[in-house]
Write a protein that binds this ligand. Sequence first.
Ligand code: ADP
Ligand code: MG
Length: 239
Amino acid sequence: MIRFEQVSVRFGAVVALETVSLAVEAGVLCTLVGPSGSGKSTLMRLVNRLVEPAGGRVLVRGRDVAGENPALLRRSIGYVMQSTGLFPHRSVAENIATVPLLLGWDRPRIAARVTALLALVRLDPELAERRPAELSGGQAQRVGLARALAADPDILLMDEPFGAVDPLTRRELRAELRRIHADTGKTILLVTHDPEEALELATQVVVLRDGQVVAEGAPAALVAPDAAPFARELLGGGQ
Ligand code: ADP
Ligand code: MG
């Protein structure tokens, strides 16, 4: 579903990614872990062309993204950011409807979809007319998730989606995500700082360090005694 072939990214003199190759099969929940600045967000943002490679290729659904229209590509891929990125002057319902509106859905279809999504992310329908500033951090993240899911994309990108919420809400949101993944079979790329989250949610874990993939595989394999020491250390695999 997503394939990186020898991809490098530079920002001026900074090498953010260095010849990264990685394949994420359809239906996989792939977590990206690594120290701050290791290139996790950059790797994710290549998928929806918020970042362009200096070398190599990024294939989405078997097609080189360099040949895709960025706006259309982004409409086909859900994206949840750490800061939620909700539009402050739009209501919850309007935020959730962002992509359906761009796609030209009619009003009744959008209204029905917003209602269904509020239920899916377990938000009270009463919140639909609120502004983002009137929500708790956890509620705002749920709205961000609902917005990303609005047009039922087959790929979901999530950049530290639960980073800014309290531990209890974090656990709840994690459970919602697991349920949504199990129910829909979407391909999900999720950046996280939290080793427990990375291991618990993932089918596939990718460990980045200094712009390179240093380990990749099933969660159990990365904490096994013969796993790469850096991965074991980062993921808490013990000595
Ligand atoms: P992570 O998400 O793992 O913390 P990033 O992918 O955000 O790491 O960043 C990787 C490297 O690229 C870092 O050195 C960061 O400072 C740099 N970088 C990322 N985005 C930009 C940008 N837009 N302009 C300049 N440097 C950037
Ligand atoms: Mg980041």
